[in-house]
Design a protein around this ligand. Sequence first.
Ligand SMILES: C[S@@+](CC[C@H](N)C(=O)[O-])C[C@H]1O[C@@H](n2cnc3c(N)ncnc32)[C@H](O)[C@@H]1O
Length: 214
Amino acid sequence: MVKQLAEEYIARGDPLGWHEELYRLAGGDPAVIPWADMKCNVNFLEWVQRCDLHSEGKTALVIGCGLGDDAEALARLNFEVTAFDISPTAIEWCRKRFPDSKVRYLVADLFEPGELLQRKYDFILEVYTLQVLPPNLQQRAMSCIAHFLTDGGTLLVITRGRDDEELHGSGMHWRLSHGDLNGFVKSGLREVSFEDYMDQEDPPVRRFRVEYSR
Ligand SMILES: C[S@@+](CC[C@H](N)C(=O)[O-])C[C@H]1O[C@@H](n2cnc3c(N)ncnc32)[C@H](O)[C@@H]1O
């Protein structure tokens, strides 16, 4: 159902519009949202547990935050967190779920970021947003994300992976290759680490977890 919805929107030239429609159709039921685990992303948690994240007095930005669990995890780590999503319904849902949250939740389009300040964020988390964008939008998306990062800051990207010669995918799953992700390097970032692994989903999904710095 979700793949079909995405394909319909893409066919009519609106590749971003299906997200809001999906969140609205869900009517508050997270079971309808395929990526809504209602807990912090395990691929992100694993990374956090083995790295030395300096959060005191630091700002963090969550791209396409969905229902907010990763943003809340960063707030618990003491970051000053801004989290945005293109879907007003998703952001309203975050505010309802976490009424006492310290996270600043915003409705914003990555491609027209408005009040999100350029080069302002010390840590940026991007989980599964690039992979829902058709390939013709991914390079521009990487450039937009890179511009949010402050000098010396860290960006962590978690996405579906593919080999360069494999097909991108379709509908709601547009896998990225290591070559595709070079868009971050072209936008002025340095690749610090690159992991290519099968995740813990059933069936397992090939993931790339990539850390960049400016
Ligand atoms: C696959 S979901 C992942 C959500 C969340 N990161 C997670 O892992 O649960 C992708 C999210 O990106 C949002 N999104 C898609 N295009 C966007 C854009 N141009 N700007 C901001 N958010 C966008 C969608 O509304 C959706 O919540």
